[in-house]
Ligand binder design. Structure first.
Ligand code: PLP
Length: 420
């Protein structure tokens, strides 16, 4: 790319951007005077599509109008409401519809998936995570180990960056499996690391794990709606992700769950049950013995919160209209521009820890600033630039292709430069 370090160039890129119309479809938060924020934290909480309100309102209206009959009489009947999300969500993560369901929240889904896919024995019981896994994932895994009577000190294996480095090497996972694979039962890896922004090769991880008869699960919290993980093709056994980050579905909204087709009809997999993973044809007879549904739907437990699903539907309809390919294309360009501008700052205080290869990252760049403290983050915030600070010295910044502009990126870097 022949990027240029001028405002005029950034504005021209916005003019030529086929997706620039999308920004207007979101509520962009503003400061007290009404100036829009430069919002770079779509990796924490995506912005609200303007259509979300009407999608939720529809369900509120139908609840008011129909009460319990809304399960069948609502414009979008609530009984099969989650099915309205499945195909669109499946496309976003590159899965078959039978492999995907929207339900619960992310950490809950990880636990339910481990009930099925973490089946330790006395000799094969260890779980591998990244040393810098998101805390919730680490806590979930540690608690699963303890629940099965293992000591995390022995049973939790960490895949770490090499000394003095931040990023992971796949060869190091290979070595772990070479050495300890017979004792490892499960790999549970963040597909796109929340801290470094590194996007790992899921297919390779699946191959390495499967070669040692390990189950392979992926947390896609920072991947879904950001990169195309091609989950089906990757061959991983299971995955889960939240929808409130890049999928713009509102704080604490429901999560996605993927179980690979190869497990779709395995009724013998241990799992927890509720009426919602019972065969939908006979669910309301209420008297049958439990008859589990095939595919990802077979992990549901409860009837789902329709209001939250309405918000997800509003967002997925946007994703579906645009498609991940077009979003990714813009995203690579936008983040590439961001990287170019950062590298133009003439200082040795700044280092981007996110990989330089576009195939190894999503939209986020994690920028390490030597001798900086949280006051730098505060100064950015005072200038309406919303980023995320991670101790000791990293700014995480995610230009989101749906609503961030080349001008946002240009302005952000200009201000960062003056603050240094
Ligand atoms: C955001 C995030 C979570 C959050 O979990 P919830 O159950 O949705 O609160 C968990 N894991 C990762 C990797 C995340 O990025």
């Amino acid at each position: 790319m022949n990027y240029q370090n001028t405002l005029a160039y950034a504005q021209q890129q916005d003019n030529e951007d086929k997706l620039s119309y999308l920004r207007d479809k979101f509520h962009i938060p503003t400061d007290k005077k009404g100036n829009p924020w430069l919002y770079f934290t779509g990796n924490s909480l995506g912005l609200q599509p303007k259509t979300t309100q009407q999608y939720i309102q529809q369900e509120l209206d139908d609840w008011a109008k129909f009460g319990v009959e809304g399960h069948f009489e609502a414009k979008n009947p609530w009984m099969p409401y989650h099915e309205l999300l499945t195909n669109k969500m499946a496309k976003i993560v590159g899965a078959k519809p039978i492999e995907v369901v929207v339900m619960n929240t992310l950490t809950t889904n990880l636990h339910l998936l481990m009930v099925s896919f973490y089946q330790p024995t006395k000799t094969k019981f260890k779980i591998v995570i990244e040393s810098d896994a998101f805390p919730s994932d680490r806590y979930a895994v540690e608690s699963q180990l303890k629940f099965h009577g293992f000591n995390p000190k022995e049973a939790l294996v960490e895949w770490s960056p090499r000394k003095g480095e931040e990023l992971l090497h796949i060869e190091d996972l290979e070595n772990i499996l070479e050495k300890d694979g017979d004792a490892i039962a499960l790999l549970l890896i963040g597909g796109l690391n929340y801290y470094t922004g590194q996007y790992l090769d899921l297919k390779r991880i699946a191959e390495l794990g499967h070669a040692k008869n390990c189950m392979v699960g992926i947390d896609l919290a920072h991947g879904a709606g950001n990169i195309q993980p091609n989950l089906h093709e990757s061959g991983v056994d299971f995955a889960a992700w939240c929808t409130y980050k890049y999928l713009n579905s509102g704080p604490g909204s429901l999560a996605g769950l993927f179980v690979h087709e190869k497990h779709a009809n395995n009724k013998d997999l241990p799992r927890f049950a509720g009426w919602w993973n019972h065969n939908k044809e006979t669910r309301f007879n209420m008297r049958q013995p439990f008859d589990v549904m095939p595919g990802a739907e077979g992990w549901q437990l409860s009837n789902p919160p329709i209001l939250s699903m309405a918000a997800i539907r509003a967002s997925l309809d946007m994703f579906d209209e645009i498609g991940m390919d077009a979003l990714r294309e813009k995203s690579e360009k936008l983040t590439g521009y961001f990287e170019f501008l950062i590298n133009e700052i003439d200082t040795d205080r700044i280092k981007i820890i996110t990989p330089t290869k576009t195939s190894e990252r999503g939209c986020q760049l994690s920028i390490q600033v030597k001798n900086a403290d949280k006051s730098l983050h505060q100064k950015l915030t005072d200038k309406n630039i919303i980023t995320d600070w991670r101790e000791p010295d990293v700014i995480r910044c995610a230009p989101v292709p749906m609503y961030n502009t080349f001008e946002d990126v240009f302005t952000m870097v200009s201000i960062l430069k003056t603050l240094l």
